[in-house]
Design a protein around this ligand. Structure first.
Ligand SMILES: [Cu+2]
Length: 129
């Protein structure tokens, strides 16, 4: 027990801080920010998993509506859906089934409501391999 506990704490600490990518955007209108964190960089060949955060910087209530992946290519675009989105805490979601099937710049599109106004924030994601 004396040995196992410190090891367990070490592992926990490593997982908590193992963030490979962290990117976010904020609305100038509502002061709501959306960001994602992932422990492993996304690739075209593996299912992506990330933590999605939706937070009001002025402590107002924010209601999550939906999130999806989108890639704009010239005049048309394509997506990857549906994402599997599991709420884990207020404003925090575990997202799986994120398939970034092409290299290039993707968008994580996050739609929310605040004071009955609907808005979509776009977090850019560059898929390199
Ligand atoms: Cu594409």
């Amino acid at each position: 027990m004396k040995v196992i506990l410190p090891i367990a704490l070490m592992l926990f600490a490593q997982f908590s801080f193992a963030v490979a990518e962290l990117e976010g955007v904020c609305s100038q209108v509502t002061k709501v920010c959306a960001s994602y964190e992932t422990a492993e960089p996304f690739t075209t060949t593996q299912e992506g998993r990330f933590k999605l955060l939706l937070q009001s910087t002025d402590q107002k209530e924010v209601t999550f509506v939906k999130a999806d992946l989108w890639m704009q290519m010239g005049t048309h675009g394509h997506g990857s859906s549906p994402l599997k989105i599991t709420p884990v805490a207020p404003g925090e979601f575990d997202v799986t089934k994120a398939f970034f099937v092409m290299k290039g710049t993707w968008q994580i599109r996050v739609t929310f409501e605040q004071d009955s106004k609907r808005e979509t924030l776009i977090i850019p994601v560059l898929i390199k391999q």
